[in-house]
Design a protein around this ligand. Structure first.
Ligand SMILES: [Zn+2]
Length: 293
């Protein structure tokens, strides 16, 4: 970029009047909401018992890890930020298997090819451009790169935020990955549904059970129709067909009630449910820089 262009870019940023600028290109807000799906890796699962499933009951024991960006005419929302911090990801593009050591001495293995940052850039965005950040819930495999989005407005329930910053954080969290949110501009969601951009197309819905403040993302897309990103309300599609609830859900009775309520919501709204960890379903999705609109 020339010195003059740099000055112009800086000036536009300062004025806040132009479209968001990425690298040398202007990122014009899309005319209608777009959903970008990023490949944030594949999680090995050794112990199916935690999901109350047997290996022979599932088509694969692998779980996908999804990260998502919603680009809306009025802003951008990152939904879940992966299982492996970008800082650990080796450049080169070939998949690498990473060991994630959790604070409670548990370990997990995630295979990943590309950083979230690189995938965002391919879609035309930088972390600093993102206006809103929301996590389906606080577990490590949904929050690894959250600190990169600390300049965005955080959308969260009080009960979830309290747990994340408690003196003893819950199991399966990696508090260092989201510590920067402590100082972020924050919207505490108090309603069942929170309409992020005010036009009903991007709605965060309360679905407690897996964690106390677990939430799903309900989208109304012009061509694709209604899609709900399920967070971890389910992991394996067989949890849904066989009616199994993971042993590590914070409140399993609550999960059961939430699943019934969400089924009614899906029916009323004629919405598809996208289970974020469903390996086979996720493999079929278009990945960024392609998008759903
Ligand atoms: Zn998960």
């Amino acid at each position: 970029m020339s010195h003059m262009l740099r000055l112009i870019v800086a000036g536009l940023r300062f004025l806040g009047s132009g479209p968001a600028l990425v690298g040398q290109q202007a990122r014009v807000p899309p005319p209608s909401p777009r959903l970008y799906v990023f490949d944030c890796g594949t999680l090995d699962v050794a112990d199916m018992g935690r999901f109350r499933l047997k290996r022979e009951e599932v088509s694969t024991d692998k779980l996908s890890v999804g990260c998502y960006l919603v680009a809306h005419p009025r802003g951008t929302l990152i939904w879940d930020t992966g299982a492996v911090p970008d800082s650990l990801v080796k450049p080169g593009g070939a998949p690498v298997r990473y060991r994630i050591a959790l604070p409670d001495a548990q370990e997990r293995f995630v295979t990943l090819a590309k950083t979230l940052k690189a995938q965002l850039a391919e879609a035309g965005y930088q972390a600093a451009d993102i206006t809103h950040v929301a996590l389906s819930h606080y577990h490590y495999d949904h929050s690894a790169n959250t600190n990169d989005f600390a300049s965005a407005t955080w959308l969260v329930r009080q009960v979830e935020r309290d747990a994340m910053f408690a003196a003893k954080p819950p199991d399966l969290t990696q508090p260092s990955s989201y510590s920067a949110l402590r100082g972020s501009k924050t919207t505490i969601i108090k309603t069942d549904e929170h309409d992020v951009f005010g036009d009903g197309t991007v709605v965060i819905k309360f679905t407690p059970g897996h964690t106390p403040g677990h939430q799903v993302l309900s989208l109304k897309l012009a061509k694709t129709g209604r899609v709900v990103l399920a967070g971890d309300l389910y992991h394996y599609p067989e949890e849904r067909t066989l009616g199994r609830i993971p042993t590590f859900d914070d409140n399993q009775e609550q999960t059961a009630k939430t699943r019934i309520a969400l089924d009614a919501f899906l029916k009323t709204n004629n919405a598809q449910l996208w289970i974020q960890h469903d390996f086979a379903a996720n493999a079929k999705l278009k990945k960024a820089p392609q998008y759903y609109d």
